[in-house]
Design a protein around this ligand. Structure first.
Ligand SMILES: Cc1cc2nc3c(=O)[nH]c(=O)nc-3n(C[C@H](O)[C@H](O)[C@H](O)COP(=O)(O)O)c2cc1C
Length: 191
């Protein structure tokens, strides 16, 4: 008897500190995932990517980047997932550097021979879990839209955006609204 392939969630921790508000909120949301769903948690700071260098137009030949080291680990982890969860606090209204650099590397991965990155990303679901020190959710719109538009470009589905309030680590525990939203974030009908 065959069963449907189970989902594999990749949580990409993008904060510049461990166990911060975004991560705590993400762990709360992940606790409600069914046991059959595989969870992989990757701290981007543990897999530092080199600065992205844009070689797309240096020659007339198509750019064919090699993917190795941390980039290869992150590319393989990304492709192995069905669901990609950015766990990323708001930094200057947008994404922390680690998350943005990871996305910039997608521009290389799209051209890396043999990986078929774009076709293999299509159909996955992207989610975003964030925290910020403000109280007006409109001020987190650039972060949310950066990811949502990227998902659209990659023909991925958009799972949704979960935002908590807090500045010092643990502050988010006091955000009752965010906690309630976290309980059903992954199981509610998607946006
Ligand atoms: C470099 C940097 C930039 C920040 N920019 C913003 C911002 O634009 N808006 C905001 O509301 N909070 C901003 N913050 C505050 C963080 O979003 C807030 O402390 C958040 O809870 C940190 O999440 P973490 O605990 O998961 O690291 C910034 C913090 C840092 C370190």
């Amino acid at each position: 008897m065959s069963s449907a392939p189970s989902r594999q969630f990749l949580f990409l921790l993008a904060s510049a500190r461990a166990d911060g508000n975004a991560e705590q909120l993400a762990r709360r949301a992940a606790a409600s995932l069914p046991a059959a769903v595989r969870q992989t948690w990757v701290r981007l700071a543990d897999h530092p990517l080199p600065a992205f260098v844009d070689r797309r137009h240096e020659t007339d030949e198509a750019w064919a980047p090699a993917v190795d080291g941390a980039a290869r680990f992150l590319l393989e982890s990304t492709l192995a997932s069905t669901d990609l969860v950015f766990v990323a606090p708001v930094y200057w209204y947008s994404l922390p550097t680690a998350a943005k650099l990871y996305l910039d590397h997608w521009s290389a991965w799209l051209r890396a021979p043999g990986w078929d990155f774009k076709a293999r990303m299509a159909g996955k679901t992207m989610w975003a879990i964030s925290s910020f020190s403000d109280t007006d959710p409109a001020l987190a719109t650039p972060l949310r839209d950066t990811l949502r538009l990227t998902a659209d470009y990659m023909q991925m589905s958009w799972g949704g955006f979960l935002l908590g309030e807090g500045n010092r680590p643990g502050d988010v525990q006091k955000d009752a609204r965010a906690h309630a939203a976290a309980e059903t974030f992954f199981t509610r009908p998607t946006d």
